[in-house]
Design a protein around this ligand. Structure first.
Ligand code: C5P
Length: 216
């Protein structure tokens, strides 16, 4: 039997979108595939999975509860509402910035200045990793890097206060593609997962979590 059976696990996935006005927004190229496959792999091991998803074209995996959100602030609120949890996995590509102002009506070309003022979004991973009352016992972040992958990911693990980081090299066609190569950095170990379908990475991560809960 899996040690994930009945464990509550919250996963974020996909991009966030940050509205400028009713028809325009800022976002990124995340497809959500990796997060959805992780949710599916955890549910297959019997976990009680809450998937907090930004806009994607993907169907909700079987036996997974999904909450749909658009903005980073809504994503954080949905994750906090989903607590307490045994584990939190931040796979979403959260927009770091949002427009300072959200217009209720479509802005006219003539009303535009050449610049858009941005303000920083909350860091969901850092917030949940630093949660005083309801920190999940295992908090996992993702680090998408185009260079110095390991060094940058090790530093990110400490900066975010999470337990594990899955570091992937996104210099190629990973974002939106079907394959991924990654390192799992746990603090005690660094394991390389060679390029493989995203489903394999999802299963590797679920297996590592299963082992973790078996010994903790
Ligand atoms: O800082 P960076 O965006 O590279 O960190 C990536 C990790 O942090 C991912 O796990 C991502 O889901 C999470 N993150 C977050 N909230 C943000 C930015 C990133 O949860 N505002």
């Amino acid at each position: 039997m899996s040690t994930l059976e009945g464990r509550r696990i919250i996963v974020t996935a996909g991009p966030t979108i940050e509205p400028i006005d009713p028809v325009r927004f800022l976002s990124n190229r995340s497809s959500g595939k990796q997060g959805y496959l992780i949710a599916e792999a955890l549910a297959a091991r019997g976990a009680d999975v809450l998937l907090v998803s930004g806009p994607t074209c993907l169907a909700c995996p079987d036996c997974v509860d999904r909450v749909d959100v658009e903005t980073a602030r809504d994503m954080l609120a949905a994750v906090e509402t989903g607590l307490p949890a045994d584990a939190f996995i931040a796979v979403a590509a959260v927009a770091d910035w949002r427009p300072a102002e959200r217009h209720d009506q479509k802005t006219e070309k003539s009303a535009h200045t050449a610049s858009l003022q941005l303000v920083e979004n909350p860091d969901i991973l850092k917030t949940i990793a630093g949660h005083r009352r309801q920190r999940p016992s295992l908090v996992i972040g993702f680090a998408a890097e185009t260079h110095d992958v390991l060094d940058r990911a090790r530093a990110k693990r400490l900066r975010k206060g999470c337990d594990w980081i899955v570091a992937n090299d996104v210099s190629g066609d990973v974002m939106g593609g079907d394959e991924n190569a990654a390192w799992l950095i746990t603090g005690n170990n660094e394991t390389h997962w060679p390029r493989a379908p995203k489903q394999t990475l999802a299963e590797n991560l679920a297996a590592a979590m299963d082992d973790h809960f078996a010994t903790s």
